[in-house]
Design a protein around this ligand. Structure first.
Ligand SMILES: *Cc1c(COP(=O)(O)O)cnc(C)c1O
Length: 363
């Protein structure tokens, strides 16, 4: 019997993935030139489908990178001359901040303890920060920041660039790209593909900034995948380097499937499954939801505490029992392995599969 993966990336593959992959092989996508019309059509198709799905306006380009964490570096190199500002409340937002330090940017940080979330009212952006780096879904702790708070913050600081890590939540967050300058994600989380590609959405304001920094001799915006090079090739739906043509093809197909269902339905289904999981955790003796305030509870990565003295089963027990029922549950992140489990709630798992998992966890 096949396993169902509730792990937060790599995760369960989207059910249509196999047929799209088969089709791609039949069409010999792996051998076509990335300078051919066939490839340009594949890029254009993925671009159109993602634009529809995420409501991306013409001001923003859509680019492909090796992974999402590559975009942390690209964003900082291309859009920060001196200072960036980071909201940190877990391991992924921390890494974005670490990249800024490693690139010798003057990085400001507002930190909250692991498991706590940010609201617009908490935040004062430092005067000289050029880029505000937000994480929609902190995958390590299961905390989300609501788009409404991000939009409110941008309205308060309209001159600053805003970039959002949506790696473990896109297409769920309803970002207003008239306010958000850049966002990014990778394919192995909610899009239900194997790992190996990042998607970078950035607007013309980001491009203008990168072009300005490029002229500055005392600074580098890097050599690989600079925003000006990506954008130049994007105009004809090409890429500077040989891209992952197969994955761009598959992403376009899965985004098309999501569009057939409709983004509103995908968001509603996500919320329904999250509600089921939190309801179970809140009412169970053996588990507790790690994040308490409703507004900060991630809808796509649910973190539960188990195995503390008053809880019956340790995370290792829970993971083992679920596995015998062919369900793969994620372990807690880093040192939280001893006390937590993580359950991914991506579009690839159905209401019925989530119900079956809850039944198994109840045992
Ligand atoms: C997984 C993840 C990343 C890193 O993505 P890669 O594809 O491994 O580069 C970054 N941010 C968040 C929030 C993530 O969940």
């Amino acid at each position: 019997m096949k396993n169902t993966y509730f792990t937060p990336g790599p995760a369960e593959l989207y059910p249509t993935f196999y047929q799209h992959l088969q089709r791609a092989m039949d069409e010999q996508i792996g051998s076509i030139s990335h300078r051919s019309q066939q490839f340009r059509d594949i890029y254009k198709f993925a671009d159109e489908q993602l634009r529809t799905l995420l409501a991306i306006p013409a001001t923003h380009g859509i680019f492909f990178t090796g992974s999402a964490s590559e975009v942390w570096e690209r964003m900082l190199l291309n859009c920060v001359e001196h200072e960036s500002f980071h909201l940190v409340n877990g391991s992924f937002s921390q890494k974005f901040y670490d990249y800024a330090n490693d690139l010798h940017k003057h990085a400001h940080v507002l930190e909250k303890p692991f498991g706590e979330g940010f609201d617009a009212a908490d935040i004062e952006v430092p005067a000289y920060a050029e880029l505000v780096c937000l994480t929609h879904n902190e995958t390590s702790s299961g905390v989300q920041m609501r788009p409404a708070d991000m939009h409110k913050l941008k309205r308060k600081y309209p001159k600053k660039l805003f970039c959002v890590d949506t790696v473990s939540s896109a297409p769920y967050p309803d970002l207003d790209f008239n306010l958000i300058d850049s966002a990014f994600f990778s394919v192995q989380k909610a899009f239900g593909m194997p790992a190996g590609m990042g998607i970078w959405i950035a607007n013309q304001t980001c491009l203008a900034k990168a072009e300005r920094l490029q002229k500055n001799d005392s600074l580098t915006i890097g050599a690989h995948h600079t925003l000006p090079t990506l954008w130049k090739h994007y105009k004809t739906f090409e890429t500077p380097a040989t891209p992952n043509v197969l994955y761009i093809y598959l992403l376009g197909k899965i985004a098309e499937d999501f569009n057939r269902i409709g983004i509103d339905n995908i968001r509603k289904q996500t919320e329904e499954k999250a509600r089921m999981l939190y309801k179970f955790l809140d009412s169970s003796d053996g588990y507790a939801a790690f994040v308490k305030p409703d507004r900060h509870r991630s809808q796509t990565v649910i973190v539960a505490t188990t195995g503390s003295p008053d809880r019956v089963k340790s995370p290792a027990d829970v993971i083992k029992v679920a596995k015998t029922a062919n369900m793969i549950v994620g372990s807690g992140y880093g040192k939280y392995k001893e006390s937590q489990i993580r359950i991914a709630n991506f579009p690839a798992v159905s209401v019925d599969q989530v119900a079956a998992l809850i039944k198994e966890l109840q045992k």
